[in-house]
Every structure is written in structure tokens, then in C-alpha cells.
Design a binder for this molecule. Sequence first.
Ligand code: AMP
Ligand code: GLY
Length: 427
Amino acid sequence: MRIVLIGSGGREHALAYKIAESKTCSKLFILPGNPGTKQVGENIPIEQNDYLGIVNFCMEQKIDLVVIGPEKPLIDGLTDKLLGKGIKVFGPSLRAARIEGEKSFAKKLMKEFNIPTAAFELFNKENYDDAIIYLHKVSYPIVIKADGIAAGKGVIIADSFEDAREALKECFINSSFGKAGDKVVIEEFMIGQEASLFAITDGSDFVLLPVAQDHKRIYDGDKGKNTGGMGAYAPTPFVTEQIIELIKQEIIIPILKAMSEKDSPYIGCLYCGLMLTNRGPKVVEFNCRFGDPETQVVLPLLDGNFVELLFSAANGKINKGAVVYNGGASVCVVVSSKGYPDNYEKGFEIRGLSQVPKQIKVFHAGTKEVNGKILTNGGRVLGITSFTEKNDLVEAKKIAYEPLAKIHFDGMYYRNDISDKAILYKN
Ligand code: AMP
Ligand code: GLY
């Protein structure tokens, strides 16, 4: 099979490595890819927002399957454009991608179909005064979310009425999130462990991959600002078989049914961001794609034929036996640029990559190659990822951190406690 993968982050490097490993894949192109994806396929300099360029390339190259990594092309309807030309795609349609692109759509659907999630109200820019009145009535903390995608910055946890009013102003008056903030979801603050679950689905049937836990805050101990994710591990001991069964029955089966009923059948990877509350698992958010950095730790835990899983789902009849959990554990430590998630500098040389042992995966995210040197080119730069044959997170953590002594670039930063929550819980 000739396969195209869209994207250029750490998630895409992990996807590229897993796709290339499959015997079904004869050729893998990554558009545009990064210096890491180049090691497992051919990078093509077509940007992920050049939809016409992507469609033309896929037609010229007689591509059998396109896998779309990031949310933006999915929300913009790249799947529909490709399907319109008869090209098979793993990734939801424009209508289905609303599950991430419009938080209000996802929340209303969950309410209608009784899917457990935080209690909420929706407000438009025109109803600013009503929103303020509502904020006087609620208890704090409260969560305010821009309706559209806002580069991971559209969620504000407000500890007081004053903070909440400020957040509303940012959305409605200062237009800090552009159109994405013209509508907001105001929702109840939930307490519990978070978990990320990927459902690979053909629209009705599905396969659940091992459950991961992300580390969203910038500093150790979950302190500081939210980021795209500073590290992850899988599988998480917080989600037992019993909880998975609950999630299936109360969340996955009903949401797939709901999407079909709304003429938006969901084909692709449905990312369920979950909060394990003392009243059971509840949905924090749905994303229309694989998570980053969760993908980096979930994919190494799969044996079997990953391409067959994606292709069979894209084809409408998922092969549920295509992959199995191999019994291992994985830890990914994200190495970032000083200043991230705010402003940071780029262009520093990364040294020591060749000294990292082969069994550790160094997934590239924000890197670029210039004259044979690898330079930093983003906030999240690398994902150092370990894998153990047995489900031993203590060992997986140790292995993931060892190479960090060998890698260096100016302003390099990483958290020291990725997977500690699970290790403490287990012991
Ligand atoms: P989201 O972009 O929706 O994933 O939100 C980013 C992060 O904000 C989540 O990973 C949670 O840590 C936190 N968050 C979002 N919604 C809630 C909520 N209702 N209660 C508590 N924390 C939340
Ligand atoms: N790691 C969070 C996300 O991919 O949305």
C-alpha cells in the first residue's frame, strides 16, 4: 500500500514509525514531515494546510490510504476533499470533526445522549450580560472554554468571579481567541485523575488502545501553565478493566451512535479525554485525532498490523484483531524549549542524538535539519520514549530518563516526574 501521512509533529513521527513497520506499507510519504519522519519514509515539502497540493499529490502518486495527524486539516474538511477524489482516508469528515472543532456541538450531543460530562451552559458574544449574571450564581473554581480551537490555550480555569469575568472579556471583548472565542462553554470544575483513551472506529464498531496519561502542566507536580503535553505514559493503572467497560457502555458506544444519528458518522481515531471522578469517568473533551504525546507511548505497545487496523476502519469494517496490546509499558519525556508554552527561541543545535541507544525512540517534534545539523524549531522539541516488554513503569521511567544526560541544546527543559503519579499509586 502507498500511504500518505499528514503532519510534522511528535505524534506524526510516532505514527510514521508504526506505519512503516507494517508489512502492508510499501511506500510512506510524510507531508511535510520532520527530520525524524525522514528516517522511516520520504518527506515531501507540501504544507499541511495546502489542501489542493495534498489532493493533487495523492492523485498523482496513486495513494491507497491517507492518514491525517493534526486537527486543523480534519476540522477544515481535508477528509471530504480527498474522499471526493476517491482517495481512502483514515480521519473523520468535516461534520464529524466538529466533535473537537465546536465544543458546544460536543457538549450538546453529550447532554442529549446522556453521556457523563461536566455540567455546563453555553453563551454567545451577544449574551455577555447573561454570562456575567450566570457567573455570579456558580461556585468556584469554574471552567471557561472557547468554543473553537485556540492552539491549546482556549481553556481557562477561574478560581474566582473576577478571574472568570476576565476570561469572558478575553473571549468576547478582546477577541483574544478570534472567532473561536465568540461562543463559550462555562462548565463545572471536575476533580480526579485524567486519562486519554483512543478509540479506533469505522463509525459503529471500534477497538480501544491502551489507556495513557498525559502531563499537561509545564512544571513538576502539575504546576504552572497548561501546555500541549510535557510527557505521557501508558498503560495507566488508574483505568482498570472494570472502568474500561464503564467507559465503553456509557461513553464510546453512545457517542458513536449519536454521531451516526446526527449524520456525522465518526471514522478515525476518537480521542476521549477523561476525568476519573468519584462519580465515575466523565468526558473532559473529545478530540478528532490521535493525542500528542500520548500516541508516542500508545503505539509502541501494539503488536500486529497497525496499517490493517487503520485501513479496515477507513474501509468501513474494522478488523478488530489487527493489533493487540503487547503487555509492555512506555514512558515519553517531552524535551521543550525554554519559555514554552509562551515565547521561546528557535535554531539551537541539538547535540548527542547519535549517542542515544537504539532501543529508545527519539521522536522528533519541533526540529529541523540545516546542513546536516539538527536544530530546535518549536516549543516541544523531542519526545524521548522508552519501552519495556513487561508492564514495568519504574523500569520504563528509568530507561526514558537515561539518555537525557547525553542530549543537549541551549534552553533545554523537561519535567522530571513523568509517570510518577502511576508509580506512587501502584506502590
Ligand atoms: P481541554 O483543552 O479541554 O483538554 O482542557 C485542558 C485541560 O484543562 C484538561 O486537560 C484539564 O486538565 C483541564 N480541564 C478542562 N476542563 C475541565 C473541567 N471541567 N474540570 C477540571 N479540569 C478541566
Ligand atoms: N495531549 C493532549 C492532546 O493531544 O490534545
